[in-house]
Design a protein around this ligand. Structure first.
Ligand SMILES: CC(C)(COP(=O)(O)OP(=O)(O)OC[C@H]1O[C@@H](n2cnc3c(N)ncnc32)[C@H](O)[C@@H]1OP(=O)(O)O)[C@@H](O)C(=O)NCCC(=O)NCCS
Length: 209
């Protein structure tokens, strides 16, 4: 059966990583990428940048599915804005799960979220909408990544951890079991978080904590 068309909104490094997962997932045909005006016609892994953000209303008439494929570190704002715009235009935003990932049947993954190669989302865990669960990240039992979070490569959310909406956890960082981070927190790479953090905390090493 012919696969439904999906457009990727974003044309950078994270978009290329998403392409690889979507190809392996094998449920959608990538019809093209949406990027900046100067990127139109550029090819990424064999797919063209076919349009810019301004063309999304037209694209929505032609393509049923979209996926937000821009990255996120300091701020979730671009991803949130694009997600809202895409849903308002009537695109459907599927959850994409790499076949090399393990998502427990007792876990939930929200619309527009991606679980990338080798990630594990264990029993009772919950991933909100428009999240990135990056390569080899681990959400242990009952861990929560609220909407619009990015859990980076190799990061570990131990049992019962909750990352508030719009949060970022850097590569290889470990959050102690049961710890809650408020909304919009940023945890740099390679750090350990042992205590709850208030909304919008920047946890970025000794100099900036
Ligand atoms: C937290 C972060 C965003 C800060 O970026 P920044 O504002 O550009 O800050 P800098 O990198 O210039 O760091 C300034 C200082 O803060 C401290 N610092 C920043 N991030 C740190 C970290 N993760 N661990 C320890 N100290 C850190 C250091 O003292 C650093 O000074 P130095 O460069 O002389 O060592 C960045 O360091 C980081 O961790 N990025 C996430 C990378 C990542 O996980 N990417 C995942 C992609 S999937």
């Amino acid at each position: 059966m012919r696969k439904p068309n999906l457009i990727l909104i974003g044309a950078g490094g994270h978009a290329r990583a998403c392409i690889d997962v979507i190809e392996q997932h094998d449920q959608y045909r990538i019809a093209g990428l949406v990027g900046l005006a100067e990127e139109v016609h550029v090819q990424h892994l064999g797919y063209s940048v076919i349009a810019t953000d301004y063309d999304l209303p037209e694209l929505a008439k032609e393509y049923p599915y979209a996926f937000i494929a821009v990255g996120q570190i300091w701020s979730p704002d671009s991803r949130m804005r694009l997600y809202q715009q895409a849903t308002e235009l009537g695109f459907q935003l599927p959850a994409i799960i790499a076949p090399t990932a393990h998502v427990s049947r007792h876990a939930t993954i929200g619309a527009g979220s991606i679980v990338m190669h080798g990630a594990i989302v264990n029993a009772g865990a919950r991933v909100g909408i428009n999240c990135i669960i990056n390569t080899r990240a681990l959400l242990e039992h009952d861990a929560i990544a609220e909407d619009h979070c990015h859990i980076s490569t190799g990061a570990i959310l131990n049992g019962g951890v909750c990352i508030g909406a719009g949060g970022f956890v850097g590569s290889g960082s470990i959050i102690k079991e049961g710890v809650t981070l408020g909304k919009g927190c940023v945890v740099g790479m390679g750090l350990s978080v042992r205590h709850n953090q208030a909304d919008h905390t920047r946890f970025v090493g000794n100099d900036k904590t």
